[in-house]
Design a binder for this molecule. Sequence first.
Ligand code: 4NP
Length: 167
Amino acid sequence: MPPMTHPQHEGRPVRVLFVCLGNICRSPSAEALFRHYVASQGASEDYEIDSAGLIAHHQGELPDGRMRAHAARRGYTLDSRSRPITYEDFFHFDYIIGMDEANRTRLLELAPTEEAAGKVSLLPEWCEASPRDHVPDPYYGGAEGFEHVLDLLELCLPSLYEKTRPT
Ligand code: 4NP
């Protein structure tokens, strides 16, 4: 289950960090699509949105070209640069949202405090309608994997918004 207590962020944007392994496929897509959705709701001022990876292997790189191409066909521009998650991220962000169980396990290992560990969830947990309990890694697969990532994000991110937006 996602964190049940609402963080204290009155008077400042809600801070959301999406996390995956490489920060070149799933989490930069989640970042871009969530930013796009939040803007469509007129709520850009209410959110700070970022993404990070659990490995530094792709640091500084744009998202994977295949992910960018599939996203572009749906009208999304992926232009963030890969970076590894930091110690400070666990204090700064209100929600730290991984994509699969391996992400969660590593995030909980890295979390420096109990409070930080309590910020960790997986994206599909925010969406009762999700057909999957994780967002599968598309990196070593074919085109359908990238489309599946975008389908899951388009389904789950509005639900994340409804459950995290400031009231
Ligand atoms: P992501 O996909 O975690 O969705 O960004 C991957 C990107 C790179 C690697 C694995 C998964 N890699 O092994 O380099």
